[in-house]
Design a protein around this ligand. Structure first.
Ligand SMILES: [Cu+2]
Length: 598
């Protein structure tokens, strides 16, 4: 009997290789012939949808109510990303970290099947819940469930958290009528609370009753709204190569466009803060999934704009739960632990290229019945409409509205005609490049850029400081910190602030002769911990900041085309003599290639 039990347990322990969970995404509402499929929609749009919103909220509640020991519970699925550092669906690994890929060309592709797993579970729940509605409206709810897809939080269009993410209750129509229910998007409540070894002591999360966010999340996001907006537009309109688009790692070949979809993503994690601010715990907060759906959407938009650029290889210095630190990853590297069949096959980046494989699309990138060129053109027009801050280019121009500040990124910033030169009406944009060791501190932290005076009290920096420009977030997992040399990069656009200064009469134009001395005197940066205390810049010896400018020619068609960007020209004299600044005598060719001195 003992032996029989042993054999049975042995067989069961092997069976996960044979019966693993196949990730497909939702399979209803899809036309297999044409490829037509439902779109994931903006959170605010879904909230106005009636039946689909009701099903979504209850579907997430049901997901969160599942036994935490179950493979498909909220606890287990969120745990794939970071802590606990243990296997999911039978995929084992030896390293003390989560499966998630950061500083990696797999950053956008790994999260795609992860989100589809999440979506598949909620969609399954909506199917169950729809059947519980009374016969009078059951057909409506069944149809809503069939085309249900998860929503995204578009922080690039508006960085304020929608009220549906911050209110503790919501009123929805349930199978037993209209009810006020606990809002499952506000926080996840543990049941039971989690102790060691899953959540070790000393990190502040052990036995927490529920997930929380920073008390300053709203003001952090508000201060950065314009910066996030401008960074998103710049990344989509300027970066045409997959590798530097995909991740924040500094590698010699990445060039001098330092921003990435991962870098903008890091900023949102850090600004929301609390559980979201830390890699090992972030996925437990429901806002993580709305945030990452938007990251996947920006990835899909970028793919539609650049259909020919997909692939590459890059060393993953930090590694993951299954990938050894220093491994060179490619597009055939397994996206552990996500299975593409019920056996042992794993998704790879090559297998997740199209959202069609997972039964969803986004409003901007509908692709059925269209050529890749048509999809690109439609997507470009959508991006222009949503994110172009310069969308009022006219020969006569319009004066900048003084009310448009950091808190109102929806307003365009018009480049005044007097700043444009020649027949092409070109003007000059300005950016700050930042490079720093990811493990410069034992924790995640902020680097803020300012043009002008910086208040002495760091607690006020993200609260209506007139000189504030934008935040770069170092989003890391200290468990990966082996003292290895892993540098990450980011770029903060400064043009909006400089145009405001021009309109206020502070500077005469955007040309180097004016901007060089002005920024040399006024450009400053500060480092700050999540607890708002200041990190002295001399304690960040790996920090390198340098300024670049670029000629920009407005597009011929302002509604459908991106501007023409000239080369990024380094301006090392601006940061000369500042702690963390690149000196004036830095190798100009190396800087132009994106490689500041060590
Ligand atoms: Cu993330």
């Amino acid at each position: 009997m003992e032996f029989f039990t042993f054999v049975l347990l042995f067989l069961l322990s092997c069976s996960h290789d044979v019966f693993s969970y196949r990730i497909t995404g939702p399979t209803s509402g899809v036309n297999a012939q044409t490829g037509e499929r439902p779109a994931r929609r903006d959170l605010r749009t879904l909230q106005a949808s009636g039946a689909q919103w009701d099903l979504y909220i209850q579907g997430v509640q049901m997901f969160q109510a599942a036994n935490q020991a179950d493979l498909l519970s909220w606890y287990s699925v969120s745990g794939i990303h970071g802590r606990p550092y243990r296997s999911w669906d039978g995929v084992n690994g030896p390293y003390q970290r989560g499966y998630c890929t950061h500083g990696s060309i797999l950053f956008p592709t790994w999260h795609r099947p992860y989100l589809s797993l999440y979506e598949q579970i909620i969609w399954n729940n909506t199917q169950t819940i729809a059947k519980q509605y009374p016969t009078t409206n059951r057909a409506t709810y069944q149809a809503a469930a069939d085309s249900f897809r998860i929503p995204y939080w578009d922080w690039a269009a508006s960085a304020a958290m929608p009220s549906s993410l911050t209110s503790s209750t919501l009123t929805i129509n349930t199978p037993t009528g209209s009810k006020s229910v606990t809002n499952p998007l506000f926080r996840y409540t543990f049941h039971p609370t989690v102790g060691a070894p899953d959540f070790p002591s000393g990190e502040g999360f052990q036995n927490a009753p529920y997930t929380t966010r920073s008390g300053s999340a709203a003001s952090n996001l508000n201060a950065n709204a314009a910066s996030i907006h401008d960074r998103t537009y710049l990344l989509l309109s300027r970066q045409t190569s997959y590798q530097p688009f995909s991740n924040h790692a500094y590698v010699d070949s990445r060039g001098n466009q330092y921003d990435s979809v991962e870098g903008i993503h890091d900023t949102i994690h850090g600004l929301v803060g609390g559980w979201m601010g830390l890699v090992p715990y972030s996925a437990y907060d429901p806002i993580f999934w709305l945030h990452h759906t938007n990251v996947d959407r920006l990835f899909a938009i970028w793919q539609a704009l650049n259909p020919g650029s997909y692939g590459g290889s890059q060393k993953n210095t930090a590694g993951t739960f299954t990938i050894a630190p220093g491994t060179t990853e490619t597009f055939t590297t397994g996206l552990t632990p996500f299975h593409s069949d019920a056996g042992t096959a794993l998704y790879t980046s090559d297998k997740v290229r199209s959202t069609r494989s997972f039964g969803y699309t986004y409003p901007e990138v509908r692709d059925w019945g269209l050529t890749a060129t048509q999809v690109s053109a439609n997507t470009r027009a959508a991006v222009k409409k949503l994110y172009d801050p310069n969308n009022q280019f006219t020969p006569r121009g319009v004066s900048v509205d003084k009310r448009q500040g950091n808190s109102d990124p929806g307003k365009s910033i018009t480049i005044p005609p007097s700043l444009k030169n020649g027949t092409a009406r070109a003007y000059r944009e300005w950016y700050a490049n930042i490079r720093v060791n990811k493990f410069a501190q034992q924790e995640s932290f902020f680097i803020h850029m300012f043009i002008g005076d910086v208040p002495a009290d760091p607690a006020t920096w993200l609260q209506s400081t007139p000189s504030f420009v934008g935040t770069f977030v170092v989003f890391m997992d200290n468990a990966m910190n082996n003292g290895q040399d892993l540098k990450i990069v980011g770029q903060i656009p400064m043009t909006r602030k400089l145009v405001e200064l021009y309109n206020a009469g502070t500077i005469a134009d955007l040309e180097p002769r004016t901007i060089r001395p002005y920024l040399k005197k006024n450009l400053q940066w500060r480092a700050q911990r999540y607890d708002q205390s200041e990190i002295r810049l001399q304690d960040l010896p790996s920090l390198k900041v340098f300024v670049l400018s670029s000629k920009v020619e407005p597009p011929k068609n302002k509604d459908t085309d991106f501007p023409t960007y000239g080369d990024l020209v380094p301006e090392p004299a601006i940061t000369d003599g500042k702690t963390g600044g690149v000196p004036a005598n830095a190798d100009a060719a190396a800087l132009a290639a994106g490689n500041p001195p060590a």
